[in-house]
Design a protein around this ligand. Structure first.
Ligand SMILES: C[S@@+](CC[C@H](N)C(=O)[O-])C[C@H]1O[C@@H](n2cnc3c(N)ncnc32)[C@H](O)[C@@H]1O
Length: 366
């Protein structure tokens, strides 16, 4: 909580760059509020910084920035001061004016997303916990409310690519994946654009005597709105089996009776991939990533983001785990937001971004 004076200082810091084009100095703050000294201005700024309302760079002039995120609600009257003045307090209200981009946020995915403005995210690539298959430090989740929030925060033409499977119990599948698809489409207005099968290879997986070895997961792609705002599948092409060979095509009769002449065509080196996408599940080689029990392959979010995210788009993973989606988003030059409820995983995700992402200057070279 901050005092009324600190709220005024915060508003001044937020408004100043809009009028002047640069941030206020401590002396500007002192003058504006007729403070006794610059150190009083420094006290207020430090307090606001410690509470997460401001960012500031040490030893750099005019480097204070009001974090464009929370609106404040006034708490009517907290009491009176020793000199009988009423004391008002201000508390962060749970809303962001603008998205907190390029951050890993620690908290419950639904609660954090509730603070986001509507229609603000371009693509979600994620793998939620399902059927309590793994104990992620004891946290549980309701996929219905996740879908509701995702639909709200997603822009028109945006998609959610969600890696999911069903647990098997007593020789029967839980059907969570199918139920979630129907629930999100029937109740929130998503369209099911496609369901990609992510086929895993490279790791043996569990051995069962009386059932199949499961080597796939589903990736339903949920679309908000009429059509994807961006779609580019060039990078998804796969080698053609008969590349370079010549094939005779045509010779068929159309429904209107016209016959197409046969002709020879040379088979391209690559062809469009279908709906089965194969990924090696072992060997991403990240020391940090392996500290998380249930990651997806590094290449998977690269493929979905490059296909569906528009230039300068915002990529969200509400169950970011070790940060695989956010690393991909940053390396591809997109803005990202990652959320995870477990502080340990948030730390791993942050470290991976520092260690595994190309710097911005390197990125510009590509
Ligand atoms: C399957 S893992 C995601 C792994 C990630 N795709 C990766 O490659 O590292 C699911 C994550 O969801 C997190 N989680 C569980 N319940 C959550 C909740 N209510 N809100 C946010 N995160 C949650 C877990 O801590 C876990 O890290």
């Amino acid at each position: 909580m901050i005092t009324k004076k600190q709220k005024q200082v915060l508003d001044f810091i937020a408004d100043y760059p809009r009028r002047r084009g640069y941030a206020p100095s401590l002396d500007d703050i002192r003058k504006k509020f007729k403070l006794a000294s610059v150190s009083t201005a420094h006290f207020h700024v430090s307090k606001l910084h410690d509470l997460g309302f401001l960012s500031k760079e040490e030893n750099k002039p005019r480097a204070i920035k009001a974090l464009d995120c929370e609106t404040m609600g006034e708490i009517p009257l907290l009491g009176t001061s020793t000199v009988g003045q009423p004391i008002h307090g201000f508390k962060k209200q749970e809303k962001y004016h603008a998205l907190p981009i390029n951050k890993i946020l620690c908290g419950d995915a639904v609660e954090v997303m509730k603070k986001f403005p509507p229609n603000s995210v371009d693509i979600v690539v994620t793998s939620p916990p399902y059927d309590a298959v793994r104990d992620y430090k004891g946290f549980s989740l309701d996929l219905h409310t996740v879908g509701k929030e995702l639909f709200r925060v997603l822009r028109d033409g945006g998609v959610v690519a969600m890696v999911i499977q069903d647990q098997t119990k007593n020789f029967g599948k839980s059907l969570t994946s199918f139920r979630t698809i129907i629930d999100w489409c029937d109740n929130f207005g998503f369209k099911l654009f496609e369901t990609v099968i992510y086929r895993k290879y490279g790791a043996e997986g569990a051995w069962w005597n009386k059932r199949f070895r499961v080597d796939h997961e589903y990736v339903p792609i949920f679309l908000k709105g009429e059509r994807p705002q961006h779609f580019n599948k060039e990078h998804l092409k796969i080698p053609s089996k008969h590349a370079g060979k010549t094939m005779t095509v045509g010779g068929t009769r159309l429904t209107n009776g016209i016959r197409i002449d046969t002709r020879s065509i040379k088979i391209n080196p690559t062809k469009c991939r279908g709906t089965i996408w194969e990924y090696l599940t072992a060997g991403d080689g990240s020391r940090l990533k392996h500290q998380h029990p249930a990651t997806f392959p590094n290449q998977l979010p690269y493929d979905f983001i490059s296909c569906f995210a528009p230039k300068n788009g915002i990529v969200l993973d509400p169950f970011v785990g070790s940060g695989t989606t956010t690393v991909a988003a940053k390396n591809l030059g997109y803005n990202y937001i990652g959320i995870d409820i477990a502080p340990e995983y948030c730390e791993i995700a942050k470290k991976r971004i520092t260690e595994e992402c190309v710097s911005e200057s390197q990125n510009k070279l590509f």
